[in-house]
Design a protein around this ligand. Structure first.
Ligand code: F6P
Length: 229
């Protein structure tokens, strides 16, 4: 059966210093997650026999292969896509593209998957926001769903802009891996799991964890969290 996997990008440089937004690169821990993702997904691919053996062979090759790289070091970025029914969707931000770069599947970048726009607060820590924009900070803590950052977005805005992505996810026949961001994945998970709107801004979307969604015959979904081994 078709599966949908959701994951946040690996830990970024901004995550490390608790700054929000931006377009930072992966931190070294995030890079480790990016390198683990091919195997984590491989174990979950609903494929059998030869196909699986072939995929394992190719992924192993990708791991071992990069000419000239120090032994055991690099895995090739952007490997040749495998002929299997899986596609990878990222945002247009570096941290998701970098997280997906070892996955041997065709990739698509969606602007609509970019993280919630924090506008005037982009690049700040929550502490700095509380100090520099105390009223904004209070307003957000009172109504995180509707609160819109100055010159930025609210969760409701994000939910609305994700509509075409979600429609496409439902229409798609292939398995999809979505490498996204905290707020965006709260909205996507909330949609597929039919969570109440008010609960969406605080759904738990841990780093370095794959979330697997499996459609049930009645149209609802089972989901499972698969942490990095
Ligand atoms: O901190 C990571 C991050 O993705 C930020 O870029 C974003 O502003 C935030 O999470 C969204 O989470 P919350 O809505 O809880 O602030």
């Amino acid at each position: 059966a078709r599966r949908i996997w959701l994951t946040r990008h690996g830990q970024s440089e901004y995550n490390l210093v608790e700054r929000i937004g931006g377009d930072s690169n992966l931190a070294s821990t995030g890079e480790v997650y990016a390198r683990c993702l091919p195997e984590m997904l491989l174990e979950r691919l609903p494929l059998v026999g030869l196909e699986r053996a072939r995929i394992e062979e190719i992924v192993a090759g990708v791991e071992a292969g990069t000419a000239g790289a120090a032994a055991g070091a690099a895995r090739a970025a952007d490997p040749e896509p495998l002929p299997v029914p899986v596609s990878v969707w990222t945002s247009t931000l570096r941290r998701t593209i970098q997280t997906a770069r070892y996955l041997p599947f065709p990739k698509l970048r969606w602007k609509a998957l970019d993280e919630i726009q924090a506008g005037a607060c982009d690049g700040l820590t929550y502490e700095q926001i509380a100090q520099q924009y105390p009223d904004e900070f209070m307003a957000r803590s009172k109504d995180k769903l509707r609160y819109r950052y100055p010159a930025g977005e609210s969760y409701l805005d994000v939910i609305q802009r994700l509509e075409p992505v979600v429609i496409e996810m439902e229409r798609e026949k292939e398995c999809i891996v979505v490498v996204g961001h905290q707020a965006v994945l709260r909205a996507v998970l909330g949609y597929f799991m039919a969570k109440p709107l008010a609960s969406i801004p605080t759904l738990d979307i841990p780093l370095h964890t794959l979330m697997e969604l499996r459609p049930r015959p009645d149209g609802t979904m089972d989901y499972e969290f698969i942490p990095m081994p």
